[in-house]
Design a protein around this ligand. Structure first.
Ligand SMILES: *Cc1c(COP(=O)(O)O)cnc(C)c1O
Length: 410
């Protein structure tokens, strides 16, 4: 079983089903019974793999994790209740008070808020660098740095960092490179091939298959030695390469309790089976829509890594095998024009979220970034005249027609 689609559709057979069910069932059960007292002891000691309680592990969630593990070619995967839960669980596992992470201000808004407003008061230092400046990155990393954290395509700035180069610096400094791969998924970008140590992502987006459910993933590529990490050095003695995942499962993830529900795992595994088909269509549509917008007089600029004019086109081609994601941004004259355009739309939905089957539009300045000052928004690369479009899998002619009609009235 080598191909992405085959792995996504078939997964790994965990146990024979008593009825021969072809689709892995939803185990909506909180607890699991044991033959005898000895077995339950062994399960609790972690000496005999078995499910005991659904906040910790569950068969349907495990099926989803195993499929992700297969397509990502990773060491191990932990599925969690949301993308934010993936980021927070991971940072809490690898960083301690007084330590720091090196990242950028070009982050998903809630991630920036998590770092600034939730983690900073607990004593985590957050250093912001420009990932196009390798000297700046190198100088920011010190002996208290627990991770370099960045997004594969930043949203909504659509910058594409050179992951290979950054991974090399992180490796030299003996710090894990952690990426948020939400908008690429292992289908477009296989982080293990670029030296990434841990990938986190929101499976709410592309993977869930039409925005059905909220979920998140922590993917451990297994290439980082945690023996110098203060939180993990003891676990390394017992669990070796699996110390990150085992510490999550036995402590942080278990104790925080942000588990993925079995029902959501079922829907997300179903979404995963058609991930490649949907991403192919969404990326092809996004490229066509960006080319169309680039030719519109009322559109001041279009930002999409698939456009040859993008500063990130070459690196995106190298990293993403000619798929550039489903998200683009464009600028109209001002905020008023953006609102008028949005209100004219008939097919495209005014909604937050990205990588739905449906095309969605949002004015980031007035919505997901509304809690930040104009200065902060400026630093985060969000302008008042910018619209973000997440291109779905509809017929592209219908998307373009809706845009065309709506621009007329602006
Ligand atoms: C949506 C998103 C998240 C958060 O995911 P949730 O599932 O909504 O918690 C994190 N990172 C990126 C890049 C996202 O787009």
């Amino acid at each position: 079983m080598k191909g992405f689609s085959t792995k996504a559709v078939h997964g790994r057979k965990l146990k024979p089903d008593v009825h021969g069910a072809l689709r892995f069932p939803v185990y909506d059960s909180v607890a699991f019974e044991y033959e005898n007292a000895r077995d339950i002891q062994l399960a609790f000691e972690g000496k005999k793999p078995a499910h005991s309680y659904t906040r910790i592990t569950n068969p349907t969630v495990e099926d989803f994790e195993q499929r992700i593990n297969l397509i990502a070619d990773s060491l191990a995967v932990v599925a969690v209740s949301s993308g934010m839960a993936a980021i927070s669980n991971l940072i809490l596992t690898i960083a301690e008070t007084g330590a720091n992470i090196v990242t950028t201000k070009f982050l998903f808004g809630n991630t920036y808020s998590l770092f600034e407003r939730t983690f900073k008061p607990w004593g985590l230092q957050v250093k912001y660098v420009n990932f196009n400046d390798m000297d700046m990155l190198q100088n920011a990393i010190d002996e208290k740095t627990r991770a370099v954290f960045l997004e594969i395509i930043t949203n909504p700035q659509l910058q594409v960092p050179d992951i290979g180069k950054i991974a090399e610096i992180a490796r030299k400094k003996n710090v894990p490179l952690v990426v948020d791969g939400t908008v690429t998924t292992p289908y477009i970008f296989k982080s293990a091939d670029f030296g990434v140590s841990v990938e986190v992502l929101s499976s709410t987006k592309y993977i869930s298959g039409g925005a059905t459910t909220v979920g998140g993933l922590i993917i451990d590529n297994g290439n980082f030695d945690w023996k110098n990490n203060p939180n993990l050095k003891d676990a390394v003695k017992y669990f070796g390469n699996f110390s990150l995942v085992m510490t999550l499962k036995r402590e942080v993830f278990r104790n925080i309790g942000a588990c993925l529900s079995p029902h959501n795992a079922y829907l997300q595994a179903l979404g995963l089976e058609t991930l490649d088909l949907r991403i192919d269509k969404s990326c092809a549509n996004a490229l066509q829509v960006s080319e169309y917008l680039a030719g519109c007089k009322k559109v001041r600029s279009v930002n999409y890594p698939g456009l040859k004019a993008s500063r990130y086109h070459e690196i995106a081609r190298k990293q993403f095998k000619d798929k550039f994601g489903g998200i683009l941004t464009f600028e109209l004259a001002d905020k008023k024009a953006c609102f008028a355009f949005m209100d004219n739309l008939r097919l495209i939905k005014r909604a937050t979220n990205i990588n739905d089957n449906k095309t969605l539009i949002l004015h980031p300045w007035s919505t997901i970034y509304c809690e930040f000052s104009p200065e902060e928004k400026g630093q985060m690369g969000v302008s008042e005249s910018m619209l973000r479009l997440s291109v779905g899998i509809e017929d592209v002619e219908d998307i373009v027609e809706d845009i065309d009609n709506s621009l007329e009235g602006v």
